[in-house]
Design a protein around this ligand. Structure first.
Ligand code: HEC
Length: 169
């Protein structure tokens, strides 16, 4: 019993520290080391506190495909920025994260099924993508790389915030 309790305490303390570290990283808009994020943010399956959102199966497939495109977009944008290709970064953001990254009626369909908080986070992501595109285009002229990098961090925080709060049924 004692050992069990101790282990639980240690595990609790460890995740508390991880959450603290990730919180600090978020506050400074710094990208988080992925293993820490996974460790701290994924609740154990049994105690999943995320709100369940019901999407029809067809729409759910489309949304998840868009999500995978978002992730690939972030990876490619990050790489473009690290190589100083800010015009490419802007183009990639418009293809994979902006409003035009979703086809036809998808955005409106999704909005119908989302609770207001989720809809707000979705809108925020697309707004940030718009800001990022402008900042990355400016960076090619002004050399101000800090601004697009900062907005990139904000976009990632929006991904994380929505994933922490919602899951699809
Ligand atoms: C408005 C809410 C919201 C935002 C913003 C959001 N996601 Fe998601 N994403 C979800 C939900 C809900 C799921 C399904 C999770 C589940 O059911 O466990 C998901 C799933 C995913 C998946 C898994 C796809 C699969 O095939 O299972 C990936 C990858 C992903 N998101 C990437 C991203 C990235 C990268 C961003 C930011 C650029 C992002 N998402 C922004 C809500 C969001």
């Amino acid at each position: 019993m004692r050992t069990g309790r101790y282990k639980t305490f240690v595990r609790g303390a460890a995740s508390f520290m991880l959450i603290g570290i990730c919180g600090a990283a978020l506050a400074q808009n710094m990208p988080m080391p992925m293993p820490m994020q996974a460790g701290a943010m994924s609740p154990p399956a049994a105690g999943d506190a995320r709100a369940q959102v019901h999407f029809p199966p067809e729409l759910r497939r489309e949304v998840l495909a868009t999500m995978r495109m978002h992730l690939q977009g972030l990876a490619e944008i990050q790489q473009a920025m690290s190589q100083g290709r800010y015009d490419d970064a802007a183009r990639l953001a418009s293809m994979t994260l902006g409003m035009s990254s979703m086809h036809g009626d998808q955005a409106r369909q999704e909005a119908r099924y989302m609770p207001p908080g989720m809809r707000e986070l979705g809108a925020r992501l697309h707004m940030q993508a718009g800001e990022f595109i402008l900042a990355a285009q400016d960076a090619t002229a002004t050399g101000d790389h800090h601004k697009p990098q900062r907005i990139f961090g904000h976009m990632m925080q929006t991904c994380v915030a929505c994933h922490a709060a919602y899951r699809l049924q």
